[in-house]
Design a binder for this molecule. Structure first.
Ligand code: SF4
Ligand code: SF4
Length: 102
């Protein structure tokens, strides 16, 4: 009985790093300012200045650095960049920050 050698299956070439489309290119320094990262926020922080003791925990913990401080006091939140994560509200020792629905 004659056994025919089977044709080797063609191995599909695996994609390499060169086939990955180019993305995340930062052509110039400071370009992140143009991306308003607050666009997709669901909740936004509202600071009750009556309760606030200006401990600046919210400023320190905010991952976006969008709590604006002037003369050692919290002035406002820059909503262009606030992502609404609520970390500031969680860390506030005086419950002075309320996360409100957009
Ligand atoms: S964490 Fe709360 S009490 Fe402290 S500065 Fe921010 S809002 Fe005010
Ligand atoms: S909700 Fe998040 S991103 Fe917005 S001010 Fe608070 S900590 Fe910063």
């Amino acid at each position: 009985m004659k056994i025919e050698a089977k044709e080797k299956p063609k191995v599909k070439e695996k994609p390499g790093y060169k086939s990955i489309p180019i993305g995340g290119v930062i052509p110039k320094a400071g370009s992140s300012r143009e991306y308003k990262t607050g666009d997709w926020r669901v909740r936004y922080p509202v600071i009750d200045k009556e309760k606030c003791i200006n401990c600046l925990f919210c400023y320190i913990y905010c991952p976006e650095k969008c709590v604006v401080v002037k003369d050692g006091k919290v002035e406002r939140v820059d909503l262009d960049y606030c992502k609404g994560c609520g970390i500031c509200a969680t860390e506030c020792p005086k419950d002075a920050i309320e996360m409100k629905l957009e």
